[in-house]
Ligand binder design. Structure first.
Ligand code: 5BU
Length: 273
């Protein structure tokens, strides 16, 4: 039975990585496969939105480097909200450098990402040393890594043999690489015939999700939760502007978050059958 037709709870027990296990457990507990990307640039607004949408989400995705008034207290408050509402944190950092540099970017600097972000991601472009570098920091802390296997933007170069290469890199680092940012499932991709028999499971986290728009003016492309989860077999949908966008008030943001949570969950239940 392919992994994506099994329940999140059943799959949780099969992951040795603590971040992957915790994420799947939270998803089952809250009936949410919705990751909310809160791409706003002021600390106060960021925390206000996170607090408002916390009940509907399994995972809050950040771009911490866009916050203009970042300080350590933001991290303290974000972590408090993650306990209050029971969600994990995913810094969408997209590391892309040599091992030695990503170690420093992940653990040091102003943001000290490894100290608070349960999950982060990296491009496969530098080769396996980016994983070993990040793992040297993240594994002792129980963190998880997603590799970018595909992107949602028009004309993305991450396809074909590039995607295959990313999947092979992930297979060699199962303790730390918990899955992919991708638009499709990766089973069978890049396999040399025999891996397909191995009971492998990777989380597929998918950006480019929207119910009311097909894209934006800068190359973003949207699919619906049903297309992504029920038809595509993805595990987690990422929604940003579809929830907080358009300068709407907090009750509207909450209504939208619940709408995406319900749509994402319905699509998951549909594929279990
Ligand atoms: P949106 O407002 O739902 O379009 O935001 C999507 C978010 O996901 C945004 O933070 C992007 O940086 C992020 N993203 C993406 O849109 N597409 C990708 O392929 C990857 C990340 Br990887």
């Amino acid at each position: 039975r392919p992994t994506f037709t099994r329940s999140y709870t059943e799959r949780a027990g099969k992951f040795s990585n603590p971040a992957a296990r915790q994420l799947l457990e939270v998803m089952a507990r809250k009936q949410s496969n919705l990751c909310i990307s809160v791409d706003v640039t002021l600390k106060g607004e960021f925390l206000e939105v996170v607090d408002a949408v916390g009940p509907y989400t399994c995972l809050i995705k950040t771009h911490i480097d866009i916050i203009e008034d970042f300080d350590q207290d933001l991290i303290t408050q974000l972590k408090n909200l993650s306990s209050k509402h029971d969600f994990l944190i995913f810094e969408d950092r997209k590391f892309a450098d040599i091992g030695n540099t990503v170690v420093l970017q992940y653990s040091k600097g102003v943001h000290k990402i490894a100290s608070w972000s349960d999950i982060t991601n990296a491009h496969a472009i530098p080769g396996p040393s980016i994983i070993t570098g990040l793992a040297s920091v993240g594994v002792p802390l129980g963190r998880g890594l997603l590799l970018l296997a595909e992107m949602s933007s028009k004309g993305s170069l991450a396809s074909g043999s590039y995607t295959e290469g990313a999947v092979r890199m992930a297979r060699d680092h199962r303790d730390f690489v918990i899955g992919f940012i991708a638009q499709n499932r990766m089973e069978g991709i890049g396999s040399r015939g025999f891996e397909a028999e191995v009971d492998e499971d990777f989380l597929i986290i998918t950006p480019g999700v929207g119910l009311d728009q097909s894209g934006d003016s800068m190359g973003q492309q949207y699919r619906t939760p049903f297309q992504v989860v029920a038809e595509g077999g993805s595990d987690v949908i990422i929604v940003g502007r579809g929830i907080y966008g358009g300068g709407v008030d907090i009750p509207t943001i909450q209504t939208r978050a619940e709408r995406y949570r319900a749509e994402g969950w319905k699509a998951y239940e549909a594929r279990l059958k």
